[in-house]
Design a protein around this ligand. Structure first.
Ligand SMILES: CC(C)(COP(=O)(O)OP(=O)(O)OC[C@H]1O[C@@H](n2cnc3c(N)ncnc32)[C@H](O)[C@@H]1OP(=O)(O)O)[C@@H](O)C(=O)NCCC(=O)NCCS
Length: 245
């Protein structure tokens, strides 16, 4: 049985009902925004991700296992893709990880990760649509804030979506091999305005950790990478006026 067949019938990583039809309608004709599917391994998902950082040599089986581990964590991993339907290729992707907290009345924080548009497709507003979509999902699932880490070069891009610079971000790479593979990051802002600092865990470590974890319930996750973090407070309230359901 192939890895895809083992995953059936849950081909999509999360419920497609979370996808905003408003954001979808803003894409050019022939492009579809949807949850990641396990078959996207064969639609250039890794080619797209490679525009962000080192992706490693991941087999179809490894991909399927990571996908399955994430799918088990209901309401946590929301990996969104944009597919060029004419080419059957993934041209953009972004992730929202939902962290269950004890504080803020057991509130939820959303972590935006791995935003990338294929280099042949940049400048078409796909990046901004991805962020719009993740904001929509964050509001739908009840996040009170969204956080992300980015290089200084990308700060203006996220500011266009309403994010602002906040807090110092720290990282400690525990996997030596992964550490050696990390590309050099530009000098980062050093701002410290809040006591809320992420535990130091890379996305890759979260994913590999989840592969062995029992994650049948909503699970608390945090992440941190080189760069500075940005936040959007009062997210749900502001989105009420933007999205029509
Ligand atoms: C950053 C990235 C996702 C932007 O995607 P994109 O589809 O090319 O961007 P969009 O077309 O949606 O741009 C929306 C707006 O942001 C601006 N913008 C995009 N990237 C920008 C940047 N790095 N700096 C300043 N402005 C930027 C665009 O000019 C556009 O402005 P406008 O609305 O005034 O016309 C894309 O360049 C990318 O994948 N980069 C490599 C991976 C990466 O760095 N990801 C971010 C990790 S934190």
């Amino acid at each position: 049985m192939s890895p895809q067949q083992q995953l059936q019938p849950q081909a999509a990583l999360f419920s497609p009902s979370l996808i905003s039809t408003v954001v979808q309608s803003q894409l050019p004709e022939g492009y579809l925004m949807r949850p990641l599917e396990v078959s996207d391994y064969h639609k250039g998902y890794y080619d797209c991700l490679a525009g962000l950082t080192v992706v490693g040599d991941v087999s179809e089986d490894e991909f399927a296992r990571a996908f399955k581990a994430m799918a088990r964590c209901q309401n946590v991993y929301h990996v969104v893709v944009i597919e060029d339907l004419n080419q059957a290729r993934i041209v953009a992707t972004g992730t929202l990880i939902v962290e269950q907290k004890f504080l803020r009345g057991c509130g939820k924080a959303g972590h935006i990760e791995d935003i990338v548009v294929h280099d042949s497709q940049r400048g078409k507003k796909f990046g901004i649509r991805l962020i719009d979509q993740l904001r929509h999902i964050g509001a739908e699932v009840g996040c009170y804030k969204l956080l992300l880490t980015c290089s200084q070069a990308n700060e203006p891009f996220y500011q266009k979506s309403g994010f602002e610079c906040k807090d110092l971000n720290m990282a400690l790479y525990l996997n030596q091999q992964q550490q050696q593979q990390q590309p050099q990051q530009p000098q980062q802002h050093q701002q410290q305005t809040s006591s809320e600092i992420f535990p130091t865990t890379t996305t890759a470590n979260i994913i590999s950790g989840m592969a062995s974890a029992d994650c049948s319930n909503n699970t608390s996750l945090s992440s941190s990478m080189n760069g500075h973090s940005m936040t959007m407070e009062s997210l749900s309230a502001s989105l009420e006026s933007v999205y029509v359901k």
